[in-house]
Design a protein around this ligand. Structure first.
Ligand code: ATP
Length: 226
């Protein structure tokens, strides 16, 4: 469904990605991994065309995203809950959700079932939410677009254990429901059980892909150790 080939991305003159390949099949959950600064967020931004790649190809359901502005790529089925959980702070929770709504199985009621806290906070402005609730809202906003692929970038970073647990439970539920996922998270303990496949980045290149059970301690040490 998502097919990324030989991506190379620059920030001005400085090259951040040197050749990233990755695929996500329908219904598959892929963990995008690698130490700090290896290019995970840049890969996501490149796929979503927020930082368009200079070389390589991104195809979604066979359609090449080259040349599209980010909002058009989003409309083709990329739902991103970005790092830093950006929502509209002055809009209510409900308004934040309806702002991104597109037709499909995900509507506000279903998002509120997945995240009951959002139903409790429906009329509050997003600014008044806790960090974890804002993250739930960011995921909810992405789901409201009814994406083919849901992309989560550090969805549990800096959150309290109880909230992390709720978010991971939601991610597992999404996977059960057949939602295709591309997930970046620092917690391998929580990330690996949800992943069908892992892609590891090293210095802007994809260097390993395989199932979580194939990720031996030696491989972890080599690519993910500090
Ligand atoms: P982290 O886990 O720390 O977020 P990451 O794997 O997501 O790391 P990226 O944020 O994609 O890595 O960074 C990849 C490289 O691109 C790094 O060398 C980083 O310094 C550089 N980089 C990221 N954002 C920018 C930017 N806005 N301008 C210039 N260089 C950047």
């Amino acid at each position: 469904m998502l097919d990324v080939e030989a991506l190379e991305t620059f920030y001005g003159p400085s090259q951040a990605l040197f050749g990233v390949d990755l695929q996500v099949a329908a219904g598959e959950a892929v963990a995008l991994m690698g130490r700090n600064g290896m290019g995970k967020t840049t890969t996501i931004r490149s796929i979503c065309r927020l930082t368009p790649p200079r070389r390589g190809r991104v195809r979604l359901d066979g359609r090449d995203l080259a040349g599209l502005p980010a909002h058009r790529a989003a409309r083709l089925g990329l739902g991103l809950a970005p790092e830093g959980r950006r929502c509209f702070p002055n809009l209510s929770v409900e308004e934040n959700l309806t702002a991104t709504a597109r037709p499909g199985p995900w509507d506000r009621a279903r998002v509120e079932t997945l995240f009951p806290r959002l139903a409790e906070r429906r009329r509050q402005s997003a600014r008044t939410l806790s960090g974890g609730e804002q993250q739930m809202l960011a995921i909810g906003r992405a789901l409201m677009t009814n994406p083919r692929l849901l992309i989560l970038d550090e969805a549990t970073e800096g959150l309290a254990p109880v909230i992390r647990h709720e978010i991971w439970a939601a991610v597992h539920a999404l996977k059960q429901a057949g939602q295709a996922l591309l997930v970046v998270d620092k917690s391998l303990r929580e990330l690996l059980p949800v992943a069908d496949r892992c892609v590891i980045l090293e210095k802007g290149r994809s260097v390993w892909t395989g199932r979580p059970d194939q990720l031996t301690p030696a491989l972890r040490d080599r690519w993910l150790g500090v």
